[in-house]
Design a protein around this ligand. Structure first.
Ligand code: TXA
Ligand code: MG
Length: 392
């Protein structure tokens, strides 16, 4: 299948493209589109065949339910059987926005969409192109993240093209997303609201609206293989880069010294290392990169804009650094200033994909500081690391 790629200008001129994409969805086709969190892979949520196609395109297990996206708050009544008081308060506070609510499902939502569950996860995204697409489709849109199953979620259209080109009808390219990690999922089917997946909307924000909130144990600790997590997707090894990732926690200087030591070990064993670091420690790894490189220049996400875009676009493909024996064997990627959760969340998945593309043999990361929505950031980082954390 040819996948049509449409660049969105984010203005009124996008209307014909979005109308066409809506038509594709109505006819049972699949369209990837930007949201404020990550790119989604959309299909008609009311059509079991469209949901089957979503699972097939992603290579996703069909017991892992899809999130149903709507364009207006009122549309929740079309997909959920009951909308409790707490849901209404949360919708008022955080919709449109990066929050997903799990509620009892209406019969119109087929079990193919909900992975066999009797509940449905509903989200009203704030990205205007996403909302326009849902309106144009005229139906609720089932959309998981638009990555191949097991890869980091896409934060740019290029990532979707990498994973799904040739497998879906259309990709709407709306540029880089804002947040960079997936929505907060809150289960409202029990006594107390419960966070199943942390996101930009934090437990403190939810507590202020609902009075109290529980957190699924799978959010903060390595999942117990004998306990079934409440969000089925949480049991899969998600967000995983190809190279093993280790997170180092402790006092920043000691962490940097330990990572430098481990980098040297990996390089003497013939490997190449990707390092996820803060702006404050970038110079330490930069110096090490120089030592293992003839030339100059550190790959950094610190500077957004043309220079950075150019450096990334010209990044060598898989394995070439090592294979040609040129360049460095250490690739530090800066996730922003220490404690800047928004910057780190925005860059994390892209950095992991870049490491995949470079064919590094190991990835080392500094544990982010606890601040703002760092619970979500740390959750994704630890999942990518398979909960491999070394205290320093
Ligand atoms: O930010 C987001 O939520 C993005 C964008 C595209 O909206 N979507 C997304 O979808 O992250 P996905 O499929 O990658 O993750 C959906 C998660 C899975 O962990 C799934 O198990 C959980 O939501 N989920 C979906 N329906 C559920 C339900 N009825 N009960 C519990 N968990 C559910
Ligand atoms: Mg996903």
């Amino acid at each position: 299948m040819d996948t049509e790629i449409v660049k969105l200008m984010r203005d009124a001129g996008d209307a014909p493209a979005i109308a066409r994409a809506g038509e594709v969805l109505r006819r049972g086709g699949l369209v990837a589109f930007p949201t404020e969190t990550v790119y989604g892979l959309g299909g008609n949520a009311l059509d079991p065949e469209a949901s089957r196609r979503i699972y097939a395109a992603k290579g996703r297990p069909s017991d892992n339910p899809l999130i149903v996206h709507i364009a207006e708050k009122e549309e929740i009544c079309g997909v959920a059987r009951e909308v409790p008081e707490a849901a209404l308060r949360l919708m008022d506070a955080f919709w449109p926005g990066p929050m997903t609510l799990v509620l009892p499902k209406k019969d119109v939502i087929p079990r193919e969409t909900t992975g066999g569950l009797d509940t449905v996860a509903v989200r009203l995204p704030s990205d205007e192109a996403a909302r326009a697409l849902i309106r144009a489709a005229g139906v609720p849109v089932a959309a998981p993240s638009a990555n191949a199953s097991g890869r980091p979620s896409p934060t740019r259209a290029e990532h979707v093209i990498e994973d799904l080109s040739g497998r879906i009808e259309m990709i709407l390219d709306g540029g880089e997303v804002g947040i960079g990690i997936e929505s907060t999922i809150i289960d409202l089917t029990g006594e107390e609201p419960e966070i199943l997946r942390p996101g930009r909307i934090t437990r403190e924000m939810i507590r202020q609206v609902c009075g109290s909130v529980a957190v699924d144990p799978a959010v903060t600790a390595a999942p117990d293989p004998d306990v079934r997590p409440r969000a089925p997707g949480m049991k899969y090894r998600h967000y995983a880069p190809k190279a093993p990732l280790t997170v180092f926690a402790g006092e920043p200087e000691k962490v940097a010294a330990e990572i430098v030591k481990r980098c040297r070990e990996e390089i003497s064993a013939g490997g190449c290392v990707g390092v996820l670091c803060s702006e404050e420690s970038l110079s330490v790894y930069g110096a090490l990169a120089e030592e293992f490189r003839g030339g100059s220049g550190v790959q950094t996400n610190a500077v957004e804009g043309p220079e950075r875009a150019a450096s990334v676009d010209h990044m060598p493909q898989e394995g070439t650094y090592a294979a040609r024996g040129e360049g460095s064997r250490i690739f530090p990627v800066c996730l922003g200033k220490r404690g800047d959760t928004a910057a780190a969340a925005h860059r994390l998945y892209r950095a992991l994909r870049e490491f995949d593309g470079m064919g590094v043999t190991r990835i080392f990361a500094e544990m982010p500081e606890e601040r703002d929505f760092s619970e979500a950031l740390i959750n994704r980082l630890l999942k990518a690391a398979g909960y491999n954390v070394i205290p320093v």
